[in-house]
Ligand binder design. Structure first.
Ligand code: CLF
Ligand code: SF4
Length: 511
């Protein structure tokens, strides 16, 4: 936390008065609108829709609708957990220090508690008993899930037997993947992530100093050639088996940023379902080669520009939180500390899927209601042509609603909003402003920097002081839409801003 001065933070009145979006659950299905927040363009059939979108076969929709990583909308409602049963790795990435979590799927800097398959099952059952939102169990390190596959497969098998309604997911660097697709398929794993940072060994040799393959260590371009071939072969085999593949790519400015569009084309051609381009996390304190050599990560604007370039007709993931290898909870929340091994029960809990089933039914209704609200707000917008989109942030604790106080937010979700709808474009982490009745000035300064380019923040509550200071920085903090649906509120807010701008133009014309 930043160490700036503190000052009292009072409760504030809203920046306007009208509440436009009813939040009470309504009966009936979405009224004709469906929009996908993962694919580019507007008016798309949507991964956020309660019904199967037009561009997805029902069996694919069934696999993604409750997976928080494969569907941006699902991440508001569903949780994942990782079990850290895979400590070893068979390659070296220049952004990884083995003392820390895998940088492909985790935030470096936090050492994972490594689990045996038995401990992993105990943890899954304990989390399942307390977190009805849990829909997916993944294996994402802290090393590579397939470097020593016996532990990974023993864990997945045990979970499949005891908790058959949970989805299974794993993440790998792909080197060993072609050898294991049959078993992955047989275990019912229907989501696999491969981290592919290059297809060109000339680029690869700047990322991977070595790999260990078929009992031999390989270095230089040869290492990257083998790795790239194995990754793409693994991807093709996943497609043959009908397993959904997500590609993670770490964007490393000056190393592979100019090459990732080519990677995007290569994985799209081989049937990848989703591409997740993530920023390099580079800090000397992590002790990685890139961290120590001063390699920087991309700015949010650089990352977004590359994601926009790659979007085309392929789904792009923009809501990744680069989770720890032992993450638990909704993306963006961290409940791992509640489930460390010393807090787990001694005996295996009984597994009861009923609470999860009831929760899924509730989410179905909630999503239909959100779709309906979004459709109504879109239809209420006056026609426009060529108006620039607004970047608007929201504070949310999940559930697809604006339900977090400004001072309690640890991240803001940022949307691009125009007459076609609201599209999620990323999240921005922030320091906590509220310090138990006092506000942290330094955190406020950091928030202003974090929210650069954003016009407004929609929150559940905000104090007078921070609202005034944000306003002076050109960012409106608005609590008019407290506890309402996120996307419908964003569209309503956009409509209001547009109407205000039109009014100002009319007054200026009359003057
Ligand atoms: Fe875990 Fe990865 Fe499965 Fe998700 S995470 S193994 S696909 S269940 Fe998700 Fe975390 Fe990003 Fe990974 S937000 S780091 S993409
Ligand atoms: Fe580290 Fe993961 Fe790369 Fe292995 S694959 S070196 S664990 S980042």
């Amino acid at each position: 936390m930043a160490d700036g001065s503190v000052k009292q933070c009072g409760g504030g009145a809203g920046c306007g008065t009208r509440k436009v979006i009813p939040i009470a659950a309504r009966s009936g299905a979405a009224d004709g609108f469906s929009g996908c927040s993962q694919k580019g363009g507007a008016g798309r059939a949507g991964c956020g829709s309660a019904a199967a979108p037009a561009d997805l076969p029902p069996q694919v929709w069934d696999k993604v609708k409750d997976h928080p990583c494969y569907s941006e909308q699902a991440h508001h409602h569903f949780a994942r957990m990782h079990v850290a049963v895979a400590p070893a790795c068979n390659i070296q990435c220049n952004y990884c220090n083995r003392k820390y979590d895998c940088a492909n799927e985790s935030r470096p800097g936090v050492v994972s508690e490594k689990l045996t398959p038995e401990q992993a099952l105990l943890k899954v059952l304990a989390v399942a008993a307390r977190v009805p939102q849990l829909s997916v169990v993944g294996i994402a390190g802290p090393g590579d899930a397939l470097a020593h596959p016996a532990r990974t497969f023993a864990t997945l098998r045990a979970i499949r037997e005891r908790a058959p309604d949970l989805r299974l997911c794993l993440s790998t660097n792909g080197l060993a993947l072609p050898d294991h697709v049959e078993e992955i398929h047989a275990l019912g794993v229907d989501h696999v992530t491969i981290t592919i940072n290059m297809t060109d060994p000339e680029v690869g040799e700047r990322i991977y100093p070595w790999i260990f393959f078929r009992n031999r260590r390989h270095t230089g371009r040869e290492a990257s050639r083998i790795l790239a071939e194995r990754q793409l072969e693994g991807l093709e085999r996943l497609r043959e088996k009908g397993i959904l593949a997500k590609i993670n790519s770490v964007m490393i400015p000056g190393v592979n940023d100019g090459h990732l569009a080519e990677v995007n084309r290569a994985v799209k051609a081989r049937g990848a379902f989703l591409h997740n381009i993530m920023p390099l996390i580079s800090d000397p304190a992590h002790g990685t080669h890139f961290g120590l050599s001063g390699q920087r990560g991309p700015t949010p604007a650089e990352l977004k520009a590359l994601q926009d370039r790659c979007e085309g007709d392929m789904r792009l993931m923009r809501h990744c939180r680069q989770c720890r290898a032992d993450a638990v909870g909704l993306l963006g929340e961290d409940r791992a500390a509640e489930f460390t091994t010393d807090k787990l029960p001694e005996l295996m809990p009984e597994y009861d899927p009923e609470a999860r089933r009831a929760y899924r039914d509730w989410v179905e209704k909630e999503r239909a209601d959100q779709d309906a609200a979004r459709g109504r707000e879109l239809r209420a917008l006056a026609p426009e042509s060529g108006a620039a989109p607004l970047l608007v942030a929201v504070a949310t604790r999940g559930g697809g609603r604006i339900n977090e106080h400004f001072g309690h937010a640890r991240e803001f979700q940022v949307y691009e909003v125009d007459g076609r709808g609201a599209r999620f474009v990323g999240h921005r982490r922030t320091d906590l402003y509220c310090q138990g009745g006092f506000g942290d000035d330094a955190a406020l300064d950091a928030m202003v920097r974090t929210l650069e380019g954003v016009s407004a923040v929609l929150v559940a509550k905000v104090g007078h002081c921070p609202r005034g200071e944000m306003q002076m920085a050109g960012i409106e903090v608005c609590e008019d839409y407290a506890f309402e649906y996120v996307e419908a509120s964003l569209i309503a807010y956009y409509g209001r801003r547009r109407a205000e701008a039109a009014g100002e133009r009319a007054r200026a014309g009359a003057a």
